[in-house]
Design a protein around this ligand. Structure first.
Ligand SMILES: [Zn+2]
Length: 315
């Protein structure tokens, strides 16, 4: 891995609904940092499905992503279907296991990286920044990218009280393309999310072990939204970037600007975002689900240093 390179990727690692979108937006408000969102989904959300960008335009009409596409497409030696099958293979969690070091896995990973790094470079050129945030979250993507040493990676592993994640994913969402929801989403059963949370924690731990200690940090979503200033001071020293202007802005009006994101949580489509803690899971999850999730998630709560018992708060 390169050190001291002028171009760096801030990779946001974690599980869905753990706060990666708000972290991406916050980082994108630091001078010299471009927050690109879930770049791993760009080929599907941006190219194939032409979804809405957070600037309000369709991806094909957005000046930023159109310019990125023009720069990447001539160098792309995979068609769309090939790219998706390579992505599917690399995104299989088994590909990350230490036993999986076959030539076939390496070859797929090389193809995947070629596209991913070409895309990163086009984003760097278009944004004119030395820092790009990739909030793709996937440990498998990070694992594949770490095989290549063309760019430097700083990993922020964002975690949230796993019971809040279960509650959030259990809620169904109605299709709202302009609002950032591309199709009706059924609520995910608690047990499915609990299994995924353990797997995500285990795979993220493998990524942590592959990185030098100064390139990995674990961040609680709750600290980010409740103690934003001190978290920003810590992130500034982790990334060696100056967050003072953003800290002053948050202290005065607290409003965050959006950049160009074509994939990710629906929060990316909101304007004038203010950071706030959503504690609805504490009151609305229901006693049976809450107690059951607490029992099943107790090892994870302890691992991430969350209290087993949480008080309901008045807001
Ligand atoms: Zn845009």
């Amino acid at each position: 891995m390169k050190t001291g390179d002028a171009r760096n990727i801030v990779y946001v690692l974690g599980h869905a609904r753990s706060g990666s979108t708000i972290l991406n937006i916050l980082l994108g408000n630091i001078s010299g940092v471009f927050a690109a969102g879930e770049i791993s989904n760009y080929d599907v959300s941006g190219w194939k499905s032409d979804e809405f960008c957070s600037c309000g335009k369709k991806a094909c009409e957005c000046e930023f992503w159109s310019a990125v596409r023009q720069s990447v497409e001539p160098c792309l030696n995979l068609d769309s279907d090939e790219l998706q099958s390579v992505t599917k293979a690399v995104d299989n969690w088994r590909s990350i296991l230490p036993s999986k070091k076959s030539k076939a896995v390496t070859k797929l990973s090389d193809k995947y990286n070629q596209f991913a790094i070409g895309l990163y470079k086009a984003i760097f050129d278009q944004a004119g920044c030395d820092w790009v945030v990739d909030a793709s979250k996937s440990p498998m993507r990070m694992h594949s990218l770490l095989r290549n040493d063309e760019l430097s990676y700083y990993v922020i592993h964002v975690v949230r009280d796993p019971r809040a994640v279960c509650y959030s994913l259990n809620k169904a969402l109605k299709k709202d393309p302009k609002g950032g929801v591309q199709k009706d989403l059924n609520g995910r059963p608690y047990l499915t999310t609990i299994k995924e949370l353990y797997l995500s924690a285990f795979l993220s731990h493998l990524i942590k072990n592959k990185l030098p200690s100064e390139r990995y940090i674990r961040l609680k979503h709750e600290d980010l939204v409740e103690s934003t200033e001190s978290v920003l001071v810590g992130l500034g020293s982790f990334l060696k970037v100056d967050c003072s202007e953003l800290i002053s802005r948050l202290a005065s009006d607290g409003v965050l600007a959006q950049s160009h994101n074509v994939a990710g949580n629906r929060l990316r489509m909101q304007k004038n975002i203010k950071i706030r803690y959503d504690s609805s899971w504490l009151t609305e999850a229901g006693a049976v689900k809450h107690v059951g999730a607490t029992l099943l998630l107790a090892p994870l709560l302890l691992w991430f240093k969350y209290p087993i018992f949480r008080k309901k708060r008045c807001e």
